[in-house]
Ligand binder design. Structure first.
Ligand code: UD1
Ligand code: CA
Length: 454
C-alpha cells in the first residue's frame, strides 16, 4: 500500500528556552524537522504533511525547499487533534505513518518494519522497553499479551504506571480507519486533550489487531525537549557516524572527538586526528591524513594528501599528494592541482593553483591563476581588490615570486619570471626576466643614532 506521512511539529518547545521553534534547532547542523522529512523521503512517501503551530511560519519558511504540505494547527489541543488537522488533506487511502518533528533519529529500517504491520485487519505501533518509563504512555496488554489500549501517565493507576513498555508515539495505520477513529476522540482525560493514543482502544474494539515493534536502538524514539537532550542525541548520532566510518576502514584517533555535520565519502586508509569537523558534502580519497583541529566544508581531497593541524578548507578541491597547513585557510572556489604545497598562515581564495606550486608561508593569494611549479615566497600578497572590484592575478609556470612582494591586480607574471623580493608589481612582468621595484640600498656612514637623555 502507498504511504502518507504526517509529522507533528506544532509544539512550542518552551523548555528549549529559545526564540527559535524547537524543530528548527539543529542536530549535526541540520534542523530536527529536516531529519524527519529526510527519513520520510527515504521511505518514498507519496505525501508528507507537516502539522505546524503558532509561531511556526518561520518553520515553513526555513524548510520551504521541501516538497511537503503544511497544515496549521491553530491551538494545540492534543496529538489526536493535531493528526486530525492533516486528515482532510490526505488525498488517498494510503497507509498513514505518524512521526514527530522533535524525534529526529528514527531510521528507515525501523519504520519499514513498522509499516509492514499494517493490513486491512492490523495496525503498527512502535513501543520501547524503558527501565524508567515515567512520563510516557504505557502499553496495556491483556492476559494473551494482546495490546488493549495506551494509558497516559497522568491518567494511569499505580498498577499501570509499573508497566515498562511505553508508547513511542510513532504508529502506522490504514488511512480510512484512522479518519473514522479520529472523529470519535474525546478530551475527557486528565489533560483535557484529544489523545492520538485513544485510537488504540478503538482499533481493538473494531477488531483491528495492534502489532508492536521496537526500534533498532532506543535513541531512535527519543524526543528532544531541552538542550541537554539535544546534546545527548547529538553525541549518540556522532558516535554512530564515527563507528560507521571506522567500520569502513577509516582510522579515527578518537571517535569521541570527531564530528560529521553532513555527508562524507572516504577511500581506504584515511586517518583523521582529533577534533576534526566535516561539514556539508566531503569526499576524501585513499591514504589522506587530516591533522587535529581541521574544519572541512564541502571539500574534495584526493589520494595521498596530508592536511596538517588547524587548517580550515571550504568549497575547494585539493588534488593528490598535496600538503596543506598547519594553520592554512583555503576559501571558496579554490582548486589545487596535484602535489601543491600550502604552508602556514597562508590564505587562498578563488584561485587555481597548478601542479607542484608552493606557497609556503604567510601569503594571501586571491582571484588568481598560479602556474605549474611556481614558488611564492613568504609574505607575498595579491592585491586583488581596489575598493570596488576584484581583479585577476595570473602567474605563469615556473615563476618565482620573491618574499614580501605585492602583485597589484590585474597583473600578469610571465612564465619563468623572477620577481625580486620586496617589489610592488603594478604592471605585467615579462617571462624569464628578473623584475623588481626595489629602491637602491645605501648606507650613511656619518649617521649617529639618537641617544636617550640620562
Ligand atoms: C505523547 C504520547 C505518549 C508517548 C509520548 C512519547 C499522546 C497523547 N501521548 O505524549 O503516549 O509516550 O508522546 O514522547 O499522544 N503536538 C502537536 N500538537 C498538539 C500536541 C502535540 O503538534 O496539539 C506534537 C508536539 O509538538 C510533540 C508531539 O506532538 O512533538 C508529542 O506531544 P507531547 O505533548 O509532547 O506528547 P506527550 O505528552 O509527550
Ligand atoms: Ca513529549
Amino acid at each position: 500500500m502507498d504511504l502518507s506521512v504526517v509529522i507533528l511539529a506544532a509544539g512550542q518547545g518552551s523548555r528549549m528556552r529559545s526564540q527559535l521553534p524547537k524543530v528548527l534547532h539543529k542536530l549535526a547542523n541540520k534542523p530536527l524537522l529536516r531529519h524527519v522529512i529526510d527519513v520520510a523521503e527515504q521511505l518514498s512517501a507519496q505525501e508528507i504533511h507537516i502539522v505546524y503551530g503558532h509561531g511556526g511560519e518561520v518553520v515553513r519558511e526555513r524548510l520551504a525547499a521541501h516538497n511537503v504540505s503544511w497544515v496549521k494547527q491553530e491551538q494545540q489541543l492534543g496529538t489526536g487533534h493535531a493528526v486530525a488537522q492533516a486528515v482532510p488533506h490526505l488525498t488517498a487511502n494510503h497507509t498513514v505513518l505518524v512521526l514527530y518533528g522533535d524525534v529526529p533519529l528514527i531510521t528507515k529500517e525501523t519504520l519499514q518494519q513498522l509499516i509492514k504491520q499494517v493490513s486491512g485487519s492490523s495496525m503498527g505501533l512502535l513501543t520501547a522497553e524503558l527501565a524508567n518509563p515515567s512520563g510516557y504512555g504505557r502499553i496495556v496488554r491483556n492476559s494473551d499479551n494482546a495490546v488493549q489500549c495506551i494509558t497516559e501517565e497522568k491518567d494511569a493507576s499505580a498498577e499501570v504506571r509499573k508497566i515498562t513498555e511505553v508508547n513511542s508515539g510513532i504508529l502506522a495505520v490504514q488511512g480510512e480507519q484512522l479518519k473514522g477513529w479520529l472523529t470519535r476522540l474525546k478530551n475527557n482525560n486528565a489533560q483535557g486533550e484529544y489523545y492520538l493514543t485513544d485510537i488504540i482502544a478503538m482499533a481493538v474494539s473494531d477488531g483491528i489487531e495492534v502489532k508492536t515493534s521496537q526500534a533498532v536502538a532506543v535513541e531512535e524514539v527519543e524526543g528532544i525537549n531541552n538542550r541537554i537532550q539535544l546534546a545527548r542525541l547529538e553525541r549518540y548520532y556522532q558516535q554512530q557516524q564515527a563507528e560507521r566510518l571506522m567500520a569502513a576502514g577509516v582510522t579515527l584517533k578518537d571517535p569521541a572527538r570527531f564530528d560529521l555535520r553532513g555527508t562524507v565519502e572516504t577511500g581506504m586508509d584515511v586517518t583523521i586526528d582529533i577534533n576534526v569537523i566535516l561539514n556539508g558534502e566531503v569526499v576524501i580519497g585513499n591514504s589522506v591524513e587530516i591533522g587535529a583541529n581541521c574544519v572541512l566544508t564541502n571539500v574534495v581531497v584526493e589520494d595521498g594528501t596530508v592536511i596538517l593541524p588547524n587548517s580550515i578548507i571550504e568549497d575547494a578541491v585539493v588534488g593528490r599528494e598535496c600538503t596543506i597547513g598547519p594553520f592554512a585557510r583555503i576559501r571558496p572556489d579554490t582548486k589545487l592541482a596535484d602535489r601543491v604545497k600550502i604552508g602556514n598562515f597562508v590564505e587562498i581564495k578563488k584561485a587555481q593553483v597548478d601542479e607542484g606550486a608552493k606557497i609556503n608561508h604567510l601569503s594571501y593569494v586571491g582571484d588568481s591563476i598560479v602556474g605549474k611549479d611556481v614558488n611564492i615566497g613568504a609574505g607575498v600578497i595579491t592585491c586583488n581588490y581596489d575598493g570596488a572590484s576584484k581583479h585577476l592575478t595570473e602567474i605563469g609556470d615556473d615563476a618565482f615570486i620573491g618574499s614580501d612582494s605585492q602583485l597589484v591586480a590585474p597583473v600578469k607574471i610571465g612564465a619563468g619570471a623572477t620577481i625580486g623580493a620586496g617589489s610592488t608589481i603594478t604592471g605585467d612582468a615579462p617571462a624569464n626576466q628578473l623584475t623588481l621595484t626595489r629602491s637602491k640600498q645605501r648606507s650613511i656612514d656619518s649617521w649617529v643614532r639618537p641617544q636617550k637623555n640620562k
